[in-house]
Write a protein that binds this ligand. Sequence first.
Ligand SMILES: Nc1ncnc2c1ncn2[C@@H]1O[C@H](COP(=O)(O)OP(=O)(O)OP(=O)(O)O)[C@@H](O)[C@H]1O
Length: 164
Amino acid sequence: MVSNLEKLGYTAMTSVQFSTIPKLIEGGDLLVKSQTGSGKTMAYAIPIVENLARLNPKLTRGDGCRVVVLVPTRELALQTYDVFVKLLKPFTWIVPGCIMGGEKRKAEKARLRKGINILIATPGRLIDHIESTANMRLDTIKWLILDEADRYVTLYITYRAQPT
Ligand SMILES: Nc1ncnc2c1ncn2[C@@H]1O[C@H](COP(=O)(O)OP(=O)(O)OP(=O)(O)O)[C@@H](O)[C@H]1O
């Protein structure tokens, strides 16, 4: 993990990473509030990858979805997916995946069927797959990240305000 981070150009932790990474590696729930651009994505992604990489026996696609990272927008979903892809470079057996509004549901269903260990999702599309995709199982999930959690309150109010 450390040598991969160094290769990626990360030689020191940011302040939010310094205070959150050890706590998340220990386990437990955390609410983090920090400025934009302060490195929050890596603050949760590093402990998740570290935890999954240490599992013995090694994680397989068949173990299903261990992590759901909920993000409010497509842009953030793609950015977050890229961060996980970089961090997972030395751990090729751990599979990240992304599902989001605007993409083809059928292709996403096929990828979910094959097995995704770390799932990055936008809220509407996640609900969609929970309701309609047999392979979208929730019982294997060990970590749930709500990135930009405050934005879901607005999204929820907008969703509830829609006529049925
Ligand atoms: N330890 C580090 N050293 C150097 N650069 C870092 C470090 N951690 C993260 N970065 C870089 O800082 C930038 C911002 O990181 P990130 O997107 O995770 O911030 P954020 O707090 O999640 O921002 P936002 O609130 O906008 O989502 C990224 O380009 C990332 O690669």
